[in-house]
Design a protein around this ligand. Sequence first.
Ligand SMILES: Nc1nc2c(c(=O)[nH]1)N[C@@H](CN(C=O)c1ccc(C(=O)N[C@@H](CCC(=O)O)C(=O)O)cc1)CN2
Length: 297
Amino acid sequence: MAEIIDGNAVADDVRQSLTDAIETLADAGARPGLATVLMGDDPASETYVNMKQRDCEEVGIEGTHVDVDGDASPAQLYDTLEDLNTDPDVHGYLVQSPVPDHIDYREVIHRIDPAKDVDGFHPENVGRLVAGNDRFRPCTPHGVQKLLEAYDVDTEGKDVTIVGRSRIVGKPLANLLIQKADDGNATVTVCHSRTENLAEKTRSADIVIAAVGVPEFVDGSMIGEGATVIDVGINRVETDTEKGYELVGDVEFESAKEKAGLITPVPGGVGPMTRAMLLYNTVKAASIQEDVDVDLP
Ligand SMILES: Nc1nc2c(c(=O)[nH]1)N[C@@H](CN(C=O)c1ccc(C(=O)N[C@@H](CCC(=O)O)C(=O)O)cc1)CN2
């Protein structure tokens, strides 16, 4: 039976360890500022930006939220981004994804000043990460690395299978884990919809990372005895409950926990870490822009 990883506790530790850096910035007369941009009214996205704003308040980051009408034109959205690019009080910002269908998210990302791109999605930041010279690690992959570190899961020489090749998680995480670094040096296999013998590739892995966006895609039969299982999926599945839905990961938790040595739950696993690493990137952005040296965890 697996030990269950407590993502909320590790995220608390990250937030706590950012307070010194925020104090150092305050002593220099600077307060980190994060803006969230939400276009449209996707209920899950509304929840996430509210949580991000609440996190800012908790640690002393100046949070600003901008709502953009779901029917607004691309040009209207780009005007908002230009305002944020030139606002000296906003050190970092993000556009919550997904955006409405008539908006090209890639084009949106291009228009974010790379120095304020605290999601780490801009091509300049992606290129830096691949080159091993990262500025902002994307929040979810970085959060996964921090979780592994917190639970003493050494990645050096280990076989890691990532299920999912998304731009936000699979690709950057694979890049980070193969890097010659203390939190890298792994041998990484990235699986996707065309992968053959997928279950063999997950079963032979020391660490399985499910980031495919399909509820309960990975079950216990796909996990090797004692493996570490990281579930990145956060899927809203409709139920008859008052809330109307429940959160389900990409891993079938009950069967996987019988085989795994360590496993993340959903909720309470990777999600809180994504938010904590966004705060981390915001503090880093402020320290670079304000030219104040801070110690980051
Ligand atoms: N611009 C971005 N858009 C999206 C990102 C992102 O990193 N940048 N990632 C996801 C959503 N996401 C962050 O925005 C996110 C998802 C979930 C959580 C979280 O804390 N989940 C909780 C449960 C929350 C709930 O009750 O619904 C948990 O798992 O415990 C944080 C961030 C897609 N879009």
